[in-house]
Ligand binder design. Structure first.
Ligand SMILES: C[S@@+](CC[C@H](N)C(=O)[O-])C[C@H]1O[C@@H](n2cnc3c(N)ncnc32)[C@H](O)[C@@H]1O
Length: 292
């Protein structure tokens, strides 16, 4: 299984305001949301983005089901404005982004996202140069501590950075398993959560420049939406959700957006039972106001 998409019904209810419109799926992944939307609304078209080669291959598998109603662009979603201009599209009726990693990325041990991976890579787009391995083996102790604190809110960031610096004296850290063990040597387990979770999250966000990509996407979105067009963001941790919330609030106070989700939308208990990864998903949605 590539990925189970989260809250497809809720996503479609917030996203689709024109049942014959054109939409962007910024994060195609396994194509779960794209397929759901194309099946449910037979006259819409989707331009799908993802920067991961595996998503490209997945697209090739499923595109035959939808003929010319979906196209795929392998690019960072921060570049959507230019990428759309190249195919002569200026505006769309909705933008969906389901940010973070797919289950396939997490589960593939050669990608380095999970604790027992054989590598420490964490690039979602392997065309980018910077890997988590380079960071943990070459960044200064202070820079490592800052990354763990800023992107993982890791309260033991300095002690963990010290332990990594010390361990480096014995040779290169090659696997995620080794990194996890270093973190666990200074941090005890609390409940069911692995002590290395925040360090892994921080490295992943940093390697993929995730927060800056999200900010660029959000700042360009009002200019890409038709009047009445919708933006739907699904995020998985508080740093991202805060950025989305603040962006929507600012655009609402500037008269560009009407916020559709006064309270954040979360998955039902039924969905969490079937797909535990949906537990931390949060949907926020806004509509571009007519004549804004
Ligand atoms: C949670 S998965 C999306 C799953 C998808 N909605 C589905 O139903 O299968 C996130 C996807 O977004 C992609 N992604 C994350 N950041 C990206 C970016 N800045 N540009 C393009 N794709 C990105 C990842 O490669 C991953 O495939």
């Amino acid at each position: 299984m590539y990925h189970i998409c989260v809250m497809p019904l809720e996503t479609s209810q917030y996203l689709i305001n024109n049942t014959e419109g054109s939409y962007i799926d910024c994060t195609f992944g396994g194509g779960g949301h794209t397929s759901y939307l194309l099946n449910k609304f037979e006259k819409i078209k989707i331009i799908a983005f993802d920067w991961d080669e595996d998503a490209t291959n997945r697209f090739l598998e499923i595109k035959k089901n939808f003929n010319n109603r979906v196209v795929f662009i392998r690019d960072n979603f921060k570049n959507i404005k230019n990428a759309l201009a190249e195919i002569n599209i200026n505006k769309v009726d909705g933008i969906l982004a389901d940010i973070g990693v797919s289950s396939k990325q997490l589960d593939d041990l050669d990608r380095g996202f999970s604790f027992n991976s054989d590598v420490v890579d964490m690039r979602m787009d392997k065309r980018n140069a910077l890997t988590a391995k380079e960071i943990i083996n070459s960044y200064s102790r202070d820079d490592l501590a800052d990354i763990f604190y800023k992107y993982g809110q890791e309260y033991k960031s300095r002690q963990i950075a010290d332990a990594i610096s010390l361990r480096r004296k014995r040779g290169i850290i090659n696997t995620a398993l080794e990194l996890k063990d270093i973190v666990c040597s200074v941090k005890r387990p609390q409940g069911k959560v692995n002590p290395a979770t925040k360090v892994f999250q921080a490295l992943r966000i940093f390697v993929n420049d995730e927060l800056a990509n999200l900010e660029t996407l959000l700042s360009g979105a009002p200019g890409l939406l038709n009047q009445g067009g919708r933006i739907v963001l699904i995020s998985f941790h508080s740093l991202e959700d805060r950025i989305v919330k603040q962006d929507f609030k600012k655009n609402a106070s500037d008269g560009k957006y009407k916020i559709l989700t006064k309270k954040v939308i979360t998955a039902s208990q039924e969905e969490i039972n079937v797909n535990p990864r949906s537990r931390s998903a949060k949907i926020r949605a806004a509509e571009k106001i007519i004549n804004a």
